[in-house]
Design a protein around this ligand. Sequence first.
Ligand code: LLP
Length: 436
Amino acid sequence: MDEFAYRDGALHCEGVPLTSVAEQFGTPTYVYSASTLIDHYRRFAKAFDAINPLVCFSAKALSNVHLLRLLGREGAGVDAVSGGELHRAMLAGIDPERTVLAGVGKSETELREAVRRDIRCINVESEAEVELLSRIARQEGRRPRLAIRVNPDVAPDERTPARTTTGTRGGKFGVDIDRAATLFNRAAADDALRVEGFHVHLGSPIFDPQVYATAIDRLLALVAMLEQAGHRITTLNLGGGFPAEYLDHTAPSWDDFAEVIIARMADFTARGGQVIFEPGRTIAANAGVLISTVRYLKQAGERQLVVLDAGMTHLARAALYDSYHFIWPLQPPAEATPGSRDVSGLAGLTEYDVVGPICESSDYLARARSLPELKAGAHLAIFTAGAYGMTMTSNYNSQQRPAEVLVHGDQVRLIRRRETYDDLVALELLDEVDGQ
Ligand code: LLP
C-alpha cells in the first residue's frame, strides 16, 4: 500500500498532483510520501511486535536528514554504514542508543566517532577490526558495545541478484561462521569491549522467508554453544533484506517473514535478548518516485527510443542490476490509466526503450517497455525509487543531482534543492567559489 495513485487523470502523491511538483520544482525530482514512509515503518514494526525489535532504518537506502528525522519521530533508529551516515543520523536527532554502525571497511575515524557517541552497537566484520576497536576503546576510555557480523553461508534464491547477495562463503562481509566463536571469545576476554552478540545480513532483497530461517537456525546454534560455555548473548541483529513490491504480488508480506522469524526468536527475547532489524528497501522503496521529462523521441533501427532528462546518474539500479521499475506518464490518456502495474490489458500502447542522457550504452531505465504514446515534454514517473535511488546518484557527466520533495497530505516541501553548476565545482574552485 502506498499513497501514489491516479486520480482525475493525473498521478497524485497523497493530495498533490505530481504535475504541479514538476512545474514548481522541475525534473528530475524525487518525490516522497511522508504518510507512506510512516505507514510502512509502523506496519513493519507491528508485524514483529511479539519480539519487540529495535528497528534501525538502513540509511544507505534513503538518507535525507528530513526523512531520517521523520522516521526517528516514529521511534525508528538508524543503521549507518559510514561516518557520513552517522553524521546524518545525529543531525536527524536519532538517539545513539538506537543507532548501529556496520561496514566491512570502517576507518579508524569512523570507529572512533562511534565509540565517542557510545552508539547501541558496532557491527565488526573481521579479527583485525576487533583489534583496532579495542585499541580505540582503551585510548578513549570507553567500553563500546559490539556484535560480530557473521557470514552464515546461506544462499538466497535466484530472485536475489548476485551483486547484492552478502551471506555466502567467500564473500567480503562478516566472519565465517566457523570462526565466529573464536572471535567472540577473543572480544569477550577483552575488558575494553562489550561483545553482545551477532549480526547477519543475507542480501537484498530476499524473497523467501526460509532463507532467514536457515540463517537464524545457524546463528542460534552458535549462540547455544557459547551460552553453554558460560557466555551471555544479548543482541542478535538480523539485518535487512526484506523485499519491496516492484510489480504486483511478487513479494511476501511482512507477516510471512514475521511468522518464521518470531517462531525462532521468541525464546531468545523471552530470556531478555534484543533483536535488531535493519530494513531499508521494504520501508522506503514504494514511498518515493522519480519524476522525469521526455526530452526527445527517436528511432534506432527497429526500436522506438524515448530520451528522458533522468538517467543512470539519477537512478542507477536499472543500469547496474537490470532492475525493473514501473514507469508511467503523470498524465496518461484516460484509457491508459493503470489499475495495477500489469498494463498488458491496456489498449493503444507502444513499445519503447527508455534511456537517459548519459554517455554510456548502459544508460537505460527500461527496455522494450509498453507505454502510452509519448510526446516530448511529457512527464513520467519512475516508481519504487524511494530506496537506493537518491543515495546512489552520481555527478558523472557533470549531471546535477535531482531535487528531493516531501509530500504530506496537501503540503509540499523541498527537502533538498537541485544541485547547481556552482555546486558541481564548489570543491574544486575553492578560491573562486568559497573565497570571494
Ligand atoms: N543491513 C546491512 C548490513 C546491509 O548491507 C543492507 C543493505 C541493509 C541492512 C539494508 O538492506 P535492505 O533492507 O534495504 O534490503 N543498491 C542495491 C541494494 C544494496 C543493499 C546493500 N546492503 C539495490 O539498489 O538494490
